[in-house]
Design a protein around this ligand. Structure first.
Ligand SMILES: NC(=O)c1ccc[n+]([C@@H]2O[C@H](COP(=O)([O-])OP(=O)(O)OC[C@H]3O[C@@H](n4cnc5c(N)ncnc54)[C@H](O)[C@@H]3O)[C@@H](O)[C@H]2O)c1
Length: 338
């Protein structure tokens, strides 16, 4: 079904990250925010006032009963995302789902199955794929040949998350899925689908494994390396990607300029451009791609992550972390002896 622009968007979950998505939807000519919904009446009222949105709801049921929207953004707390997203997929509403769609791969698989059964278009907010610096750098790198190696560092100081009341222990324990997924997903963004993962894990300072090292065989024949230490200060998400003749290196952070280097040539730098410079990087690009799919009624295209795509990234995380052994869905880590 085609939708005439501006696409009418409802936003569910109106606190932290909604404050970054709503300005994007209000800045893009192809969208308008018609309703806000949050079970926290204070949160929805504050956001409605800040962003000038009149229509508010304190339950998804009442929002769905109203129904005057073309698409929905599911931006609720990590542990609620899968259940709320499922309600909209069941209703056939084109759905933007913040990452991780499910904290467990089985939940994301369930969402992918529902989207498939109902024929509902959905995309997942793995916004690092849409950083304008990284996209331009990738395009320039691919002009030099096929990717032969991808190295991603997803180091983070996760210890303080265990003491932060905003994050339940289940989320702190699965921080690779809750946050490091952003950097690790770039392995598949650069290298494509994966044939095999060989990984080792260590438990250094946290109640769960917190040091991950993996070698990745891509179906293309390229090699990948994933490295994530989660127990100490000085973290950082970074990548280095090579063809036979060129290397693309991220900056100190993914927001910094990335650099393409080739022997006997001047290095070329790629910085954030356009709306990425004044809004949250990657959010304008991922929303433009989602809104285009809503308008045309066509599926989202690469690099937009579909739910099937998100399942593949989460299966890669399962292999890197070995989490199915120490944090299976049926036995959350909060119930396990440390
Ligand atoms: N892409 C990014 O860079 C990025 C950054 C931060 C967070 N996130 C993701 O965004 C999502 C939200 O994160 P946040 O930091 O804004 O969380 P938050 O906890 O600050 O806010 C979530 C809001 O959802 C509301 N909520 C919870 N259950 C609900 C329900 N059943 N119905 C309606 N509202 C409900 C809460 O009341 C709260 O106001 C998470 O999935 C998180 O992983 C993404």
């Amino acid at each position: 079904m085609r939708v005439e622009p501006p696409v009418r968007c409802a936003v569910v979950g109106t606190k932290n990250i909604a404050g970054k998505h709503i300005p994007v939807l209000q800045a893009l000519p192809e969208s308008t925010v018609v309703a806000l919904c949050d079970i926290d009446a204070q949160a929805v009222s504050t956001a409605a006032h800040e962003f000038g949105v009149d229509k508010t709801f304190t339950s998804v049921e009442s929002l769905q009963a109203w129904g005057q929207y073309d698409a929905v953004y599911v931006l609720v707390s990590v542990l609620a995302v899968a259940d709320i997203a499922e309600l909209f997929l069941q209703a056939g509403t084109p759905t933007f789902i913040e990452k991780p769609p499910g904290l467990y791969t089985v939940d994301t698989e369930r969402l992918a199955a529902v989207a498939n059964e109902t024929g509902t278009m959905a995309t997942v907010g793995l916004n690092r794929r849409f950083y304008s610096n990284t996209m331009a750098g990738r395009d320039a790198l691919l002009e030099t040949g096929e990717v032969v190696s991808v190295t991603v560092h997803a180091d983070e100081d996760v210890g303080p998350k265990w003491d932060d009341p905003r994050f339940p222990p289940e989320v702190a324990a699965r921080w690779v899925y809750a946050n490091s997924i952003h950097a690790l997903d770039l392995i598949r963004y650069f290298g494509g689908d994966i044939a095999q993962v060989s990984a080792v894990q260590r438990k250094v300072g946290l109640p769960v494994p917190d040091s991950f090292s993996a070698i990745i065989d891509f179906e293309s024949g390229a090699i990948g390396r994933a490295l994530a230490d989660h127990f100490a200060q000085r973290g950082g998400h970074r990548y280095q990607v090579r063809t036979a003749t060129a290397t693309l290196t991220s900056g100190h952070t993914l927001e910094d300029s990335c650099t393409l280097t080739r022997r006997n040539r001047e290095p070329v730098q790629f910085s954030l451009t356009g709306l990425d410079r004044r809004l949250k990087p990657g959010f304008p690009g991922e929303s433009k791609a989602f809104l285009r799919a809503v308008q045309t009624g066509n599926p989202v295209e690469f690099p937009s992550p579909t739910l099937v795509d998100a399942v593949k990234t989460m299966q890669m995380l399962d292999a890197i972390t070995g989490a199915n052994e120490w944090s299976p869905k049926s036995n959350p880590v909060s119930q396990q002896p440390s």
